[in-house]
Design a protein around this ligand. Structure first.
Ligand code: TPP
Ligand code: MG
Length: 597
């Protein structure tokens, strides 16, 4: 099997000895050939006998290229790697999960990708569905009826094909559905017996060019015209910029629309960067929960344009008692096409006046053409000031001091921030490029951070951008073995663990409950702190082949530590800095602690 598709950047390649000429073809050879035709670049996986047939085909039939395997130490990491790859590149790769148990391990990461609308091709397997072909014991415990049911509520489509032609069709359809807006994970469960069946000559692989995902649907001209008329005549238009793609072209179109309308723009820390935060039209720091200043501006607005803003109803409820904006509301989103009855990630029901049923980036150029320029009212806004270096060298480290040092050390460098910790205030840093920040995990599943940055590094390989994650210690500790995949495949990255030695977000919840019940707030730390012993996080990095720096406890040491980490990463290393920050969140912060209750 040859005919490689595009050339992916060089990562470590585990090259199999080449196969002697072999005439026999197996079911999984056909499946592998189809994955190549679909241009799936990588498959992150943890092995399992349920897909040993496919594993053999990937190695021996395809030579472990297009797709190339990436071994992960946990299925949750395998899926998070694919999720991170999609976040940084808007491209789909795959993850392979062993029958039932591997899939069970992968579930939280699948949920995160689902909520983040990230396309991921999940391949699974089942012990032979034909019971007479099952090996004793093991094939029975690794065979379940309707395996897809385990994840059906948070995947767009799943299938268990019963023949090679139907496996072709399932894989091609899965890729098409995953990449059709709103995008998301899909699952194809490959029967072990079908993988291991000898099938004679390879059936012709489908011509995937005839099964591409359709372009994002466009809104009707009438609704674009009505929305444009409203925006052009607005006195105080506001744009809430939510989900958007990574392309620079889409970024420029959003900026051009905001400038033509002279509209105030807000962005969201849950989402990747979509607009320059230091632009005079950016209305205030991005946040996870809208800040008071944002809600004030919304109350003053006469037209609100939501570009696939996450939980528009929740934001409007923050600004208006009954959740009904006094402004006219234009909502651009096709998210309602993936809403199901299981998880409530459809959020509240917003009251809107015009709904453009398409992806935000499909509507922006149409609106840009259709609106008339609007004069600026008032003086341009001064961008918020990002965190500056603070504190004396001997002071204990805080998150704000870390942010200040990070900004100083990274000035002018093409950093892609893949994650920030829960206590991060949106004002800590500016984002000026679509790859400056990649948003949250989607589903709020702690433990996503390490896998996501590995996938981001994979996507950014060869671009010159430096992937950096500032993550909580809880997040890091849950899945730090994702680091090994990075060191093994030569995927440079920097993780600065903002180590408050606690699941601190939940201390704040215990504090709130204690206050509401007049109980001792002093007890909030119990069942939350990860000290006694403190865990040496730099040490957890080293045995995995990564550089470990720290613990860093003082303000004066964090800048040099980050500078050293960055220079190691630029030489190709994976580096973890254990930054011991004091527990406590800033008043203006973007994390969960800002919830009203
Ligand atoms: C899988 C999972 N388990 C538990 C939680 C609940 N939870 C939300 S935030 C949080 C604390 C995370 O700790 P860390 O990453 O250290 O951040 P910190 O709160 O200390 O800033 C926890 C446990 C979750 N969201 N996901
Ligand atoms: Mg913590």
């Amino acid at each position: 099997m040859s005919n490689q598709t595009r050339t992916e950047p060089a990562i470590l390649h585990e090259t199999p000895v080449s196969m002697t000429d072999q005439q026999e073809v197996w079911g999984s050879d056909a499946m592998a050939a189809c994955l190549r035709a679909l241009d799936v670049p990588y498959l992150a996986l943890n092995p399992g006998a349920s897909y040993r047939g496919l594993h053999d085909s990937l190695v021996n039939y395809l030579g472990n290229t297009n797709p190339q395997m990436l071994l992960a130490l946990h299925e949750e990491s395998a899926v998070a790697i694919a999720h991170g790859f999609a976040k940084a590149s808007d491209r789909m790769m795959g993850a392979v999960l062993h029958s039932n148990v591997g899939l069970m391990h992968g579930t939280m990461a699948i949920f995160n990708a689902w909520c983040d609308r990230a396309p991921v091709l999940l391949l699974g397997a089942t012990g032979p569905w034909d019971a007479s072909k099952r090996r004793p014991w093991i094939d029975w415990i690794h065979t379940v009826s309707d395996q897809g049911a385990l994840i059906r509520d948070y995947t767009k489509w799943d299938n268990q094909p019963a023949s090679v032609p139907s496996a072709y069709e399932a894989l091609v359809r899965a890729a098409q559905i995953a990449n059709t807006a709103p995008r998301g994970p899909v699952y194809v469960n490959l029967d072990a017996a079908l993988q291991e069946a000898k099938i004679g000559p390879l059936p012709p692989v489908p011509d995937v060019s005839r099964h591409q995902a359709p372009p994002s649907p466009a809104p009707s001209p009438e609704v674009v015209r009505d929305a444009a008329r409203l925006l052009s005549g607005a006195r105080r238009p506001v744009i809430l910029m939510g989900r958007g793609r990574r392309s620079e072209q889409a970024w420029r179109a959003r900026v051009a629309l905001a400038e033509k309308l002279n509209a105030i723009v807000f962005t969201d820390m849950k989402q990747a960067a979509v607009f320059p935060t230091d632009h005079p039209l950016h209305g205030g720091p991005p946040a996870t929960f809208p800040l008071a200043g944002t809600l004030d501006v919304l109350r003053e607005a006469d037209v609100i344009l939501s570009l696939d803003w996450i939980d528009l109803a929740g934001t409007l409820r923050g600004a208006f008692d009954d959740g009904r904006a006094t402004a006219k509301v234009i909502h651009v989103s096709c998210d309602m096409h993936v809403h199901r009855g299981w998880s409530a990630d459809y959020f509240g029901l917003p009251a809107v006046d015009h709904h453009l049923l398409c992806e935000a980036d499909a509507a922006v150029p149409l609106l840009l053409d259709a609106v008339s320029p609007r004069k600026a009212d008032g003086a341009p806004r001064t961008p918020y000031q990002e965190a500056q270096p603070i504190g004396a060298a001997g002071d204990l480290l805080t998150l704000r001091a870390l942010a200040g040092a990070f900004n100083e050390v990274t000035r002018g460098l093409p950093i892609t921030l893949t994650r920030v910790p829960l206590g991060w205030a949106g004002s800590y840093r500016h984002f000026r490029h679509p790859l400056d920040f990649l948003g949250g995990d989607g589903g709020g599943g702690v433990g996503a951070g390490p896998g996501i940055i590995v996938g981001v590094s994979l996507a950014l390989k060869g671009t010159g951008r430096i992937p950096v994650s500032l993550m909580g210690d809880g997040d890091f500790l849950m899945s730090n073995t994702a680091l090994w995949t990075a060191t093994h495949y030569r995927l440079p990255l920097l993780i600065v663990v903002c180590n408050n030695r606690a699941f601190y977000n939940d201390e704040l919840h215990q504090e709130r409950v204690a206050r509401a019940r007049s109980r001792p707030v002093e007890n909030k730390w119990i069942g939350q702190r990860m000290n006694d012993p403190d865990i040496d996080l730099a040490m957890l990095a080293r045995p995995q082949g990564a550089e470990g720096i720290g613990p860093v406890t003082h303000v004066g040491d964090i800048g040099p530590a980050i500078a050293k980490g960055l220079s190691l990463v630029r030489e190709g290393a994976v580096c973890v800095i254990d930054a011991r920050v004091a527990p406590g969140y800033d008043a203006e912060m973007s994390g969960a602690a800002q919830r009203k209750s």
